[in-house]
Design a protein around this ligand. Sequence first.
Ligand SMILES: [Zn+2]
Length: 470
Amino acid sequence: MIKKFFEEISQVPRASFSEQAISDYLVNFAEQRGLRFIQDEKSNVIIFKDASAGYEHHPVVMLQSHMDMVAEKNQDSDHDFENDPIDLIEKDGWLYANKTTLGADDGAGVAYMLAVLDDRELRHPALECVFTVEEEVGMGGAHHLDTSELKATRLIGLDSGGEKLVTISSSGGNRGVVTYPIKYERSHKQQLVLRVRGLKGGHSGVEIDQERANAVKVMGKVLVRLAHEFNLGFSSIEGGLKDNAIMRECNLVLGLKEEEEQAVIERVKHLEKDFQEVYSESDSGLRIECEVVAKACYSLSVDATRELAKLLALLPYGPIQKSLVIEDLVIASSNIGRIETTENNVMLGLSMRSPHAFTLADINLQVELISELCGAHVEFSNGYPGWVYDPESELRTIITDTYRELRGEEMILEATHGGLELGVWKEKMPQLDIAAFGPIMEDIHTPDERLNLDSFARSYEHLVKVLERL
Ligand SMILES: [Zn+2]
């Protein structure tokens, strides 16, 4: 049945922001089975199913998945995500799509919930099945959903994978834009152009624990030294596109006096060596290119250049706190992902993360204090809430006990430094005991996305057994 439902929803286009058709499919599904439902103005859908006989007094359970999918395709695909069904291909026990994302993230969770709603033989408490829109593009559906009709005290998240992994916490996070006002006061006949290159970069919710260099931090540390030793004037800086990506490349232009040229170049070469040594394990490709260009430019005063250099050198980047419960899990971090120079400002984009609201506020405060000290100004976005590990979770114990009995091995506790909808549910419904699991999928969000069909069946069996025990 789960495969049949997955095939059915694959017929309905459901890229993020284009969920009306799949939302209506879900409503139709509920109507055909006489199940109570709510479809809100954003097209989120909740379907309710009564408790089976004997479970009437058991605590209500919420199941959660998102109906939207990431729309990615290969360049040689003419797939139209607005109109075409996903073309499914089965090969060696895996389900693929033809040159597009498969949508197993999170079509697998949707199919599980439809199968549970459809099957009258199953034994379970009263169910509240929540299907959200726009999860992949900022969790807009979950943020918007009115939860006043929901009575659940337990939530099984089905936007998860790995089969033997049980997700037990996710991070909260927000963004900050730091603005440093600039006024050009000097002019130079030649420019010193510096480029940080050869870094690995990565996602700030995934690779922040890898000790990788951030291009603007390297540049800031170079600038803070050069600005104190020489008469250089800041002219412009740029790097990065996304706040949540570790910056891989950064370009800096400084106004340079001819008589300092040789000494500055020598100094940069030394600094390059020093940074190559520091990052020899994590970013062995690091290099700092240095070029003198005979081109006029305007620059900031020496003092303003030093203030800006301080700001770049001091703004926090990297892991700030690690978990002692989950190995290698970062539970607080900051990243600088973007820097650009406009007519009147240098602007930096930061992404801060922590499952703990206070810790997140504390990182924000640090960014604010440093900005103030260096003559800059910062504005923060609202962000998304985290879900903190609960050592007492009964739901998790039931899920892991059931798995041990079914498979004869232990589940692995999994926590993410990325954001999940589960953080939003925990904030809206603090009474919820939450855990999440799902089948093995690989390369999600890419045209190579695939779902392991045996695992798809096994995780469903696991879910059914867990529901019986709740
Ligand atoms: Zn997902």
